[in-house]
Design a protein around this ligand. Sequence first.
Ligand SMILES: [Zn+2]
Length: 304
Amino acid sequence: MQKVLCLLYHRIHPVRDDIYHLTVSPKHFEEQIKYLKNHFPIFRFEEDWAEKREDGVVITFDDGYEDNYEYALPILEKYKAPATVFVATGYVDGKQEYWWDELARVLTGNREYPRQFDLQDSLYHYTWETDSYEKRIDLVKSLHWLLRMESEVERANSWITQLRSWAGISPEGRRENLPMNREQLHELSSSQYITIGGHTVNHRSLGAKSLESQQYEIGASVKYLERELGKEIEVFSYPFGSRMHFNQNTFEACRRHGIKKAASTLRGVWKIGCNPYIVPRMEVKDCSGEDFSKSVWQFWRYDG
Ligand SMILES: [Zn+2]
């Protein structure tokens, strides 16, 4: 019975100071793609894998960073390797970083900070000490959790605005961390090797939301992409993607908006009979082609 190993990337960039470890360097990415190309058939995410006669791998990217266009696309085209890019559409064409990068930008800079941060909110009354780097990293982690789970987007955005003015930092994001703009999205989509999929509008946990707001997050991101690109969008990936971040309502909303297959971040290998709305993946680390080949083989052996 054949298996498909679906790989999860986020960012391909030479600057790797992100505290979330989402970035793979272009050099390592090229080594990894070269290895894949030499050892496996590379399928597309949207294909019917049950019809394949052999094992294969699939390449996916979450979020829609500009670096997918700038650094990943030339390498994918050079090796004729197809990939799917799942885009959080609320960030396309913006000058602001994704909210998790914004937390890092505001709180981990090399500058003077006030000694504490009080969250001004009608529901939450929290105070964090912020007089050391370690304490500010703890604040990043706490706010990451709150922002991930908060179902009211405007309320969550107001916390970020609050944090920015507390730190005295402008809203303009760092160039290397920006999401794609519309032209880049179009160019990426017009490559014969790229499939575009949805990844919600605001990038919050779907599992924490009502059916109605899941419908919005899924439907509006799909409609935006279909309108922009003039193609049907049939694939999706769930922000954060572990068990708590999707549920039966998510599958229902996906089906209603024409999504035929969706990616999670559950670890594992796809096999015939897997739920098409819970495709497991392997998150790829920033490592050489040789180390990557070892982790791929270990994954096949233990999770396959
Ligand atoms: Zn994501």
